[in-house]
Design a binder for this molecule. Structure first.
Ligand code: KG4
Ligand code: ZN
Length: 332
């Protein structure tokens, strides 16, 4: 069964063909980094305009690479939230139109659920597992008991981890997106050079990164001569330590033996290495998607959409995008 996945939740236009929720047949992602780079962050209006231009070529390319026609597609899975409303709107309208014109079933997928499903394109973790979704817009921990069964057990109370990466990178003059740049520059710095604050919110698996961001900002103002490599490595160390500690807490509280990472920040090399190390110490099994499946893509949306389809959880033509869309267990 072939599912066409479409994601336009943020600044990447993505389409993919996935077989039976597990096998990638094609996966096309068109990044808009060149457009947003000069502003040091995403400009929502520019993102939605670019999605309009790219959506048709990207979907066509995904079908061409898979060597299929619309007759071969069983369902279209489209991200309807959370994300930038103008960006989501393009994917949702396009998905609905394709579905209507070609008489193909439509399913709606929560972007966060998509991130969690990226791992099923490469591995088969048993349930239950703890999932960390750590991206530019979200930092949440879920307990996942089955396909479509989620319980949020921790979330950021302010900034997302990726957002903190992007803001600190902008402050240091590195450009956008900041995560991959800080990832590389940190390898040349001393992670213990500066002790930035780690927010430990007692008795919860929640996060807070805004104090860390402010602390980096104040430090840079006071110490303009400080090496950017050391600031980056010390900032990154604070973020990663908190992410790993909260996951470690969640594993113990929920008494679960498997952890799945997902979202753009989980492409970070130091996080992956240190998380592997903690998994060995704590004795849990760690599942890391390949780097290109950590960041936004539509294969993960098709993978999640497959499970909605087989449960009969279909979308109607009154489907609307939602900027705010918490991940809750699916009906059916
Ligand atoms: O999942 P994603 O592609 O889009 C959202 O759903 O937000 O995540 C994008 C975020 C950006 O904040 C980007 O800076 C961050 O992920 N990111 C990274 C790395 N690659 C992307 N952060 C740290 N290290 C990386 N290697
Ligand atoms: Zn994402």
């Amino acid at each position: 069964m072939l599912i066409l996945g479409i994601d336009t939740s943020c600044d990447d236009t993505a389409a993919a063909i996935v077989e039976d929720g597990r096998k990638i047949i094609s996966n096309v992602v068109s990044s808009q980094d060149d457009i947003h780079k000069k502003y040091g962050g995403i400009v929502p209006e520019l993102a939605s305009r670019r999605h309009i231009e790219l959506i048709w070529p990207v979907v066509t390319e995904s079908m061409k690479r898979a060597n299929i026609s619309f007759n071969d597609i069983t369902a279209i899975a489209v991200t309807n939230g959370p994300g930038l409303i103008g960006s989501l709107l393009i994917g949702v309208c396009f998905g609905k139109s394709l579905s209507f014109v070609n008489k193909i079933t439509l399913v709606a997928v929560n972007h966060l659920e998509g991130h969690i499903h990226a791992i099923f394109l490469e591995a088969s973790p048993d349930f239950p597992f703890i999932a960390l979704v750590v991206s530019g817009g979200h930092t949440s921990i879920y307990r996942v008991d089955d396909f479509g069964v989620y319980k949020e057990i921790g979330r950021t109370r302010d900034d997302a981890a990726g957002e903190a990466y992007d803001k600190v990178a902008k402050l240091l003059g590195f450009g956008y997106p900041g995560g991959p740049i800080i990832d590389t520059i940190s390898l040349k710095g001393d992670p213990q050079a500066i002790t930035f604050p780690r927010a430990n919110l007692a008795g919860s698996c929640d996060f807070s990164f805004s104090g860390l961001k402010t602390s980096v900002m104040n430090y840079v103002k006071k110490h303009p001569e400080s090496r950017k490599e050391d600031i980056s490595a010390s900032f990154q160390s604070a973020i990663i330590e908190v992410l790993i500690d909260r996951i470690s807490d969640a594993v113990k509280v929920e008494d679960v033996k498997r952890v799945v990472l997902s979202g753009g920040v989980s492409a970070n090399r130091t996080l992956r290495e240190r998380m592997n190390h903690r998994a060995a110490i704590d004795g849990f099994e760690l599942f890391l998607p390949s780097m290109h499946l950590c960041t936004d893509n539509a294969a993960m949306i098709a993978a999640a959409g497959y499970h909605h389809f087989i449960k009969g959880n279909l979308a109607k033509y009154d489907l609307n995008p939602k900027a705010y869309l918490p991940l809750v267990s699916a009906a059916g």
